[in-house]
Design a protein around this ligand. Structure first.
Ligand code: ASP
Length: 345
């Protein structure tokens, strides 16, 4: 007997990948266009490709317009269809793809099958494009590893990356994504390779998938420190109703030792604002104990986000506050490795 055909649900949210050019206008998403193109390309119908269906979002979005509401919609769609598919492919614009992939990773608690997020730099409608390989290889990866890959990943330019470790590094090159502090989970070349040692532990099969919606009331943000920052500016940034802030620090977690700046931070953390330090450099971790300036941040109540990307730290704050946790619990949990998003050692 032939093995049952794998089934994949494609959630098409928008982005360059499905855009077309209308005469006299630039690229724009055209409803129905992506599915029509995919149905017309024989490779997508090949027997080794899982059976796929497309659910197209209305309206199709530039990913700059994707935020917590859309993350929740995608997560809930996956939750509702979970048992009927072997995996999910989220087709998404590249600009905020790393945020969506990070958020979904937190929101889908106990995920036991692959959710891949992809898009492209050139639309599928162009003769020369990166869309065909990104979509096709993503479908094949889901089919092949549906029992082993149990997390949210970005798949782009032949790299399979842990979603919450990913950041966009190019606006133009095909290799638009990297996971700077974590090796790729897999690569597609002549063969499909998956590095089993890097995968997350299998979720408890007794616990069904649970989707955590993002509470629209949660107010968190991210801010890049810069030389010349006035304490008043930071004070205004941290004013109520702000609940959490990802602070992109200099180097390995440093900030100016300006007493007024530190007082602004201290006042906020005393009020329960969770301030998480991450490094501005692409590689490496925040170590707030290394320099006196970092230690001053610790004394002001800032916690280390270690090697989390900004995208992971920010979406983690959204997620933790959406679970209704008290600030002290958020402060504790944001420092823990929940989905492979940070290195604890
Ligand atoms: N602006 C587009 C988007 O993020 C870019 C892309 O898809 O590559 O939706």
């Amino acid at each position: 007997m032939l093995p049952a055909m794998k089934r994949v649900l494609i959630l098409y949210t928008g982005g360059t990948v499905g855009m077309g050019k209308a005469p006299g206008q630039g690229y724009r998403p055209i409803p129905g266009f992506l599915e029509k193109l995919m149905r017309s390309i024989p490779m997508f119908q090949a027997p080794e490709v899982p059976a796929w269906e497309i659910r197209q979002y209305e309206p199709l979005l530039d990913s700059s317009d994707v935020g917590p509401r859309e993350w929740t919609r995608i997560a809930e769609d996956i939750g509702a269809a979970h048992d009927d598919y072997d995996g999910f492919l989220v087709v998404h614009g590249t600009d905020t793809m790393a945020y969506t992939a990070s958020a979904l990773g937190f929101q889908l608690e106990g995920l036991d099958r692959p959710v891949l997020v992809t898009g492209s730099q050139i639309p599928l409608s162009e003769t020369r494009n990166d869309a065909i390989n990104n979509l096709l290889a993503a479908l094949l990866l889901i089919g092949r590893f549906s029992h082993r890959l149990q997390e949210v990943c970005v798949f782009f330019d032949n790299l399979l990356l842990r979603g919450n470790r990913t950041t966009k590094i190019h606006t133009e090159g095909f290799s638009a994504f990297a996971s700077p502090d974590f090796p790729p989970l897999g690569r597609v070349g002549i063969d499909f390779e998956l590095d089993e040692r890097l995968l997350r532990p299998r979720p408890d099969p007794a616990r069904p998938l649970r989707v955590v919606p993002i509470d629209p009331g949660v107010t968190v943000g991210a801010f890049r420190l810069f030389p010349g920052l006035r304490p008043r500016f930071l004070e205004a940034l941290l004013a109520p109703p702000v609940q959490g802030l990802v602070l992109e620090c200099f180097g390995a977690g440093n900030a100016p030792r300006d007493p007024d700046l530190l007082a602004a931070l201290r006042a906020a953390t005393d009020r329960g604002v969770v301030v998480v330090a991450v490094p501005q450099p692409l590689h490496g971790r925040a170590d707030l104990e290394l320099y006196a300036n970092g230690r001053a941040l610790l004394e002001a109540g800032v916690v280390s986000g270690r090697d989390m990307t900004v995208e992971a730290a920010l979406t983690k704050l959204f997620y933790l506050f959406s679970r209704g946790l008290e600030p002290a619990a958020v402060r504790r949990q944001v420092q823990l490795d929940l989905r492979g998003e940070l290195s604890e050692d």
